[in-house]
Write a protein that binds this ligand. Structure first.
Ligand SMILES: *Cc1c(COP(=O)(O)O)cnc(C)c1O
Length: 455
């Protein structure tokens, strides 16, 4: 499989190079040259299914035996033998629990595997990378758990000082591996992300320290997420709808790819909190930037959904120049629209959307607990609320449960009066010593720090 950039200029690359490169050199995102079809015979064990679904994306860099070994290893750290169990919460409405990984958010599914891909590629080549990433909480902890075991990786994770939950911070700062550095930045998540972007745009710095990305611009993350849509669909004998609590559009994009590959998915329902740029786009075909307001579902508090670029590229019939131009205009004007025929061809048959504010989030957590005894986290609650607006009695609805309730205990307790307990492997999280450092919002200072820890 070869990969091409959504902006049409960067050279096409194979899978291993795309994983290390992250962002294409023309600023675009890598996508496969074509969408492969699913095989008709699919294993039910999750790791085997994962290897089966991903095989054509990783050839020839990984053969099936090696890929299967990596998948077995990645998913052995999950607290559930089924890896992503399906639970019915009300008639015809199911949760796909994606939070049984080591850091309790769905990002573990991709990042446990990404760490193994890094290790395998880098040891074969005798190379070394420096992962630099910004996090609002979940990406950082999942990346640290998945990638810190790699021998050939140094990691610097920037998080906004005082703006991540105690559980999220401790999951990052209590990891003692010497190659991991969780750094508090005196600023917001967007400030952290701007620092990371600036380091990637500094070509000399990027090449000197061999910077690599672990956010969902990295193709391997989108790829690993395709698998659980196939797994969910395989539980049913007919097409299903899937509702996805959405931030950067990475997770939904994986669902759209699963559908391209032949998974019988009817609609993908995009669920936003009050930061609803995507829902507004799906309603009126216009993407317009507004400010970000903090919500009870902080991992979805985004201004611009970076992975939308991959869908836009398809909507433009894979014309990279046109995609680059549109995004340039979007950056300048803060708004762009798609043509009615593009909307009719790509959006209407595949997507539905809705939003859920904080009051509705709390009401949904409370209501699901009262009727089923199941505690859900605020991100999942956004999904459940929006899913209920789109349920069709003839089509099973699956809502993706993206975080464990104990990862956001304050909101869950506020809604239900019950404080969810951390699973056993994290029970002593609040006794573990923390290791972190506060740096000012200053690119030069942060670059100097990265240079000092990169090998
Ligand atoms: C990251 C995250 C999301 C949003 O996922 P995207 O791929 O950015 O759309 C939703 N819920 C939780 C718990 C997350 O950590």
């Amino acid at each position: 499989m070869q990969y091409i950039s959504t902006r049409g200029v960067a050279p096409s690359l194979g899978f291993a190079d795309v994983v290390l490169e992250g962002l294409a050199t023309d600023g675009g995102l890598y996508v496969p040259q074509s969408w492969p079809s699913l095989g008709t015979h699919r294993p039910s064990a999750y790791a085997q299914l994962a290897a089966n679904v991903m095989q054509s994306f990783v050839e020839p860099d990984f053969d099936n035996k090696t890929l299967l070994e990596l998948c077995e290893q990645a998913y052995s750290s999950f607290g559930e033998p089924q890896v992503v169990p399906l639970v019915e919460i009300e008639p015809n409405h199911y949760l796909l629990e994606l939070f049984h990984g080591p850091t309790l958010a769905f990002k573990d599914i991709a990042l446990q595997l990404l760490g193994l891909f890094f290790d395998s590629i880098l040891s074969a080549r005798g190379e070394h990378i420096t992962v630099v990433a910004a996090t609002s909480g979940d990406t950082g902890s999942a990346a640290i758990d998945g990638v810190s075991k790699c021998k050939n990786v140094d990691m610097v994770i920037l998080y906004p000082h005082g703006r991540v939950s105690d559980v999220q911070r401790r999951q990052m700062t209590t990891v003692q591996s010497p190659n991991v550095h969780a750094i508090a930045i005196d600023g917001t998540f967007d400030d952290c992300q701007d620092l990371v972007k600036a380091m990637f745009n500094d070509t000399v710095f990027r090449n000197t320290h061999r910077l690599a990305a672990v956010n969902s611009i990295n193709w391997a993350r989108v790829m690993a997420q395709i698998v659980y849509y196939v797994s969910a669909s395989d539980h049913f004998a007919k097409p299903i709808d899937v509702t996805v609590p959405t931030g950067n559009f990475g997770n939904v994009l994986s669902g759209w790819i699963a559908k391209q590959m032949g998974t019988p998915l009817h609609h993908l329902v995009v669920a936003s909190n009050s930061n609803d740029i995507l829902t507004r786009f799906f309603e009126n075909q216009t993407m317009t930037v507004t400010g970000v307001t903090p919500s009870l579902s902080p991992s979805m508090d985004i201004q611009v959904s970076s992975n939308f670029e991959r869908l836009l590229f398809e909507m433009n019939d894979r014309d990279g120049a046109q995609t680059a131009q549109q995004l340039q205009r979007f950056r300048e004007l803060g708004t762009f629209a798609v043509e009615p025929d593009q909307y009719a061809q790509w959006i209407a048959p595949n997507f539905r959307a809705g939003r859920c504010d904080d009051a509705q989030t709390l009401a949904t957590i409370n209501d699901v607990y009262a009727s089923s005894g199941i505690l859900i986290d605020p991100h999942t609650a956004v999904g459940v609320h929006v899913a209920r607006q789109h349920i069709n009695p003839d089509i099973p609805m699956v809502t993706l449960a993206t975080a464990h309730p104990a990862k956001f205990p304050d909101a869950v307790e506020q809604a239900t009066g019950v404080r969810p307990q951390l699973p056993e492997h994290l029970a002593d999280l609040f006794e573990r010593p923390e290791r972190t450092q506060l740096l000012p919002l200053d690119l030069q200072v942060v670059q100097k720090f990265v240079a000092s820890v990169a090998h």
